[in-house]
Design a protein around this ligand. Structure first.
Ligand SMILES: [Zn+2]
Length: 288
C-alpha cells in the first residue's frame, strides 16, 4: 500500500473536515483511554468503574491498550471484548513512541523522549494485534501513538506504511502543539492521510489537554478547575459542529478521583450538549 491516489472525496474530506455531517448536528464526542499501567491493581478497578460510568450514560468508549497491560488483565478485559459500548484498540505492546518528542513543559522544563526504530514499531504493533486477536477475539484497527506528537504523522509516510501493513486504519497521533506541549486547538480536525498515499488512513487528533497535563497544571485535587479547562472545547465543538477527541488514561483517571467523577461529568456534559457520542472505530466507519 502507498500508491493509491487519493480520490476527490478524500481530498474534500481532508480539506473540509467540518463539512455538514462530519461533525454531527451538535458536534461529536470521542473518548479514548490509553490503558498502559504495569500494575493490575491500578488497571482492574479502573476498568470496572470505567464500564459503570459508560453504562450509566450510554456513551461508548475506546480503550487503547498496551499489549503488556492487556496480558496482565485478560480476565478483566474479556467482558469488555464483546460489550456494545466498548471498542478495544492498541497503544503498542510496551509503549514505544512512533516519533521522538522534544517537550517544552512550562513546569518541568525540556524533556526528550526517543522514538522506537521502524523495526521496533512494526514488532510492537504486530505483537499487540496478534495478542488481542488470539486472547480476546478482537480485530485491532486503531492505535494511539504513545505520548502523541506535533502534526501527527503528516511527515512520516514510512510509519504510516508500517501501520497500514499491520492492519491499522485510524491513528490518534496528533496530540501536541508546536512546543510538543498542549493544548491542541480544536481547529485541527480529523483528516485522511491522502496526500501521503493513504487515503483510507484517518488521523483523529487529541484535542485540548491530555488529562494528565492539565490535572498536573491545575492541581490533581482541583476537579472544578480541570473541568473548567475542558468544557469550553466541548461547548465550542457542539456550537461549531466539530469533533472533540479526548485522551485520558487508566492510571490517571482514578488518581485523586477514585469514582471517576471528572470523567463521568465529561460524559454527562457531552449528553447535555446533545453531542453525538461514538467510539473511535464507529467514527472511522462513519467517515469511510
Ligand atoms: Zn501512553
Amino acid at each position: 500500500m502507498g500508491t493509491v491516489a487519493p480520490t476527490a472525496s478524500d481530498i474534500d474530506a481532508r480539506r473540509s473536515p467540518a463539512a455538514p455531517g462530519a461533525g454531527g448536528d451538535r458536534g461529536i464526542f470521542l473518548i479514548g483511554y490509553d490503558t498502559e499501567s504495569g500494575d493490575p491493581a491500578v488497571t482492574r478497578p479502573f476498568l470496572q468503574r470505567m464500564r459503570e460510568i459508560h453504562e450509566a450514560t450510554e456513551v461508548p468508549a475506546t480503550l487503547f491498550l498496551c499489549g503488556r497491560t492487556a496480558e496482565r488483565n485478560l480476565e478483566a478485559l474479556r467482558p469488555l471484548a464483546d460489550h456494545s459500548l466498548m471498542d478495544l484498540q492498541q497503544h503498542t505492546y510496551s509503549h514505544v513512541l512512533l516519533k521522538s518528542v522534544y517537550i517544552e513543559d512550562p513546569q518541568e522544563g525540556v524533556r526528550f523522549v526517543r522514538a522506537g526504530t521502524l523495526e521496533q514499531i512494526r514488532e510492537e504493533v504486530r505483537r499487540t494485534t496478534v495478542l488481542l486477536r488470539e486472547t480476546l477475539g478482537v480485530e485491532c484497527t486503531g492505535i494511539t501513538g504513545p505520548y502523541a506528537y506535533y502534526r501527527g504523522l503528516v511527515d512520516r509516510p514510512d510509519i504510516l506504511e508500517i501501520l497500514w501493513d499491520e492492519g491499522i486504519r485510524f491513528v490518534r497521533s496528533w496530540g501536541r502543539n508546536e512546543r510538543d506541549w498542549q493544548p491542541v486547538d480544536l481547529a485541527i480536525q480529523p483528516f485522511f492521510y491522502a496526500v501521503q498515499g493513504f487515503p483510507q488512513m484517518l488521523e483523529v487528533p487529541i484535542h485540548g489537554w491530555q488529562d494528565i497535563s492539565l490535572r498536573k497544571t491545575v492541581g490533581w485535587t482541583d476537579h472544578a478547575a480541570f473541568l473548567a479547562g475542558v468544557y469550553p472545547y466541548m461547548e465550542r465543538a457542539a456550537a461549531e459542529r466539530l469533533v472533540f477527541s479526548y485522551c485520558t488514561h487508566d492510571h490517571s483517571s482514578r488518581r485523586d478521583d477514585p469514582t471517576m467523577a471528572i470523567t463521568e461529568a465529561l460524559l454527562r456534559k457531552a449528553r447535555d450538549l446533545g453531542m453525538q457520542c461514538l467510539s473511535y472505530a464507529d467514527y472511522y466507519a462513519q467517515r469511510v
